[in-house]
Design a protein around this ligand. Structure first.
Ligand SMILES: [Ca+2]
Length: 494
């Protein structure tokens, strides 16, 4: 029952390693340079050397402090684009404190099993009370999360929340007119509790469903159409290299090692709604942009996550087929992202799918396969007989320690999905393993809950498809992207 893929995973990793080992050019000083240096040294008596060194260090320290660089950032927020530290209260306060207003992103999230809406305000994540709530605000919250629309928002009793979501609350400032509420974190005030006794839950995407699929259609490892409708084949110059998962009409989640060094969008196409790679023609989509995590390190394998943005949005209801049973099959559907703070217990049976090899070193499979794999705790996965400590908290292991079922070469970047409350959620992206299906070497996946902020930030930053027309002071209409609008609004406030 072994299967799985990435020729890309393993070849991709090797390729990356090679590229990272570009030879350093250590050019020797030129004879002229040596002569000038010797002349300078001869002019400086040795006794001044300590003073010069101390002076240089003092100058560097003064410059660093002058530029707002802080060496101890504990209890504060460090701007990613610089070494600057800002107070936690300055994060999501509506004022740009970091370069590019980065402290004003990732200010909204959906948390816990019941998808409670939270806003970062006054230095903490706070759950939003349903007092004075309107559906207009839900649309803004989903836009801030990078989704094109919202599906529904509901009210949930506070006592139905997980304990860690019951400590801090905010409400929308109902005195603000609707047209002034453009970003949720700028429109709330802190509360000790919710007057209504309820908080807001939010659903931004109709995701994680398999319409028309019947589990009785196919046996064995071979998948049927619409069984994993979020699964895509990422093809580099026409060849299947990696898997990926549809999360919105425009965005695919995959692994960084699939695209590292191969990040030219024009070389890639994305095939959706298919089971056999031999099918033709199948819907093929062009790629507009590829983003891999800036902290991805090929030798360390951490932060192995990337996003692909399609040139044109997928239409989820455009590929309806009648299955053998006469049911309508939806062959392309997004998978749900998990919520922040959502836990998936060890031992939970989840599923991985892909066109990867069915044995270590084998060729990619022509048909989409799947395997049921239980989640394994990081403690067990880090046991010296398993991966011996290389599994970081942002990685996740799944499979059987006895071996026999695993992802493999060619599965890289593809989904590890678990079903929660009838919805399928993307819990992992296939990252690496030693061999395939070997004993004590289960598959290792990028833990999606560790990268929700990163994913939503990219979606929010690049939400160019939803341009906003603004008329500023009688000047001609100006077209803003969401991010530039935020920046513009911040500048206006300042
Ligand atoms: Ca700020």
């Amino acid at each position: 029952m072994s299967w799985a893929l990435p020729s890309p995973s393993r070849t991709g990793i090797c390729h990356s390693l090679k590229s990272r080992w570009s030879p350093l050019s250590l050019s020797a000083s030129s004879p002229n340079g040596d002569a000038v240096a010797a002349q300078i040294l001869s002019l400086l008596p040795l006794k001044f050397f300590p003073i010069i060194v101390i002076g240089i260090i003092a100058l560097i320290l003064a410059l660093a402090i002058g530029l707002g660089i802080h060496f101890d950032c504990s209890g504060k927020y460090r701007c990613h684009s610089s070494f600057k530290c800002i107070e936690l209260t300055a994060r999501c306060d509506g004022v740009s404190d970091c370069k590019g207003a980065e402290d004003e992103y990732r200010c909204v999230r959906v948390s816990g099993q019941r998808a409670a809406l939270q806003v970062f305000s006054a230095a903490a994540w706070r759950t939003v009370c349903s007092d004075d709530w309107k559906s207009h605000y839900a649309k803004i919250a989903c836009a801030q999360l990078g989704f094109p629309s919202y599906v529904s928002s509901d009210h949930l009793r506070v006592d139905a929340l997980e304990e860690q979501l019951r400590g801090d609350f905010v409400s929308i400032n109902h005195l603000l007119p609707d047209d002034k509420v453009t970003a949720l974190h700028q429109s709330v005030y802190v509360r000790e509790g919710c007057t209504s006794g309820h908080v807001v839950t939010l659903k931004c995407s109709a995701c994680g469903m398999r319409t028309g699929y019947s589990p009785r259609i196919v046996g064995g490892n071979m998948s049927s159409l619409a069984q994993w409708p979020w699964q895509v084949s990422l093809q580099f110059q026409g060849y299947h290299l990696c898997g990926g998962s549809v999360i919105t009409p425009l965005w695919i989640v995959t692994a960084a090692h699939c695209v590292y060094d191969l990040y030219h969008p024009k070389s890639w196409t994305v095939q959706v709604g298919l089971v056999s790679l031999m099918d033709s023609p199948v819907p093929s989509h062009l790629v507009e942009k590829i983003i891999y995590h800036s902290k991805y390190k090929p030798k360390r394998l951490g932060n192995d996550i990337a996003l692909m943005k399609l040139s044109e949005p997928l239409t989820f209801d455009a590929f309806l087929l009648l299955g053998a049973s006469g049911r309508v099959l939806e062959t392309i559907q997004p998978v749900c992202l998990p919520n922040s703070e959502e836990n998936f217990p060890d031992g939970k049976l989840c599923w991985t799918s892909g066109w990867g090899a069915t044995e270590d070193g084998g060729d990619a499979s022509p048909v989409l396969n799947h395997a049921a794999v239980p989640l394994i705790s990081n403690k067990i996965c880090n046991h010296r007989d398993v991966y011996g400590g290389i599994i970081s908290p942002s990685m996740l292991c799944a499979g059987y320690l006895k071996g026999g079922v695993d992802s493999c070469q060619g599965d890289s970047g593809g989904p590890l999905v678990c079903q929660e409350r009838r919805l399928w959620k993307l819990v992992g992206a296939t990252s690496f393993g030693i061999g395939c299906a070997e004993a004590n070497k289960p598959g290792v996946y990028t833990r999606i809950t560790s990268f929700l902020d990163w994913i939503h930030e990219q979606l929010e930053l690049l939400r160019t498809e939803y341009k906003v027309l603004c008329v500023v002071g009688g000047t001609p209409p100006v077209s803003y992207t969401w991010s530039s609008l935020l920046l513009h609004l911040n500048e206006e406030r300042n």
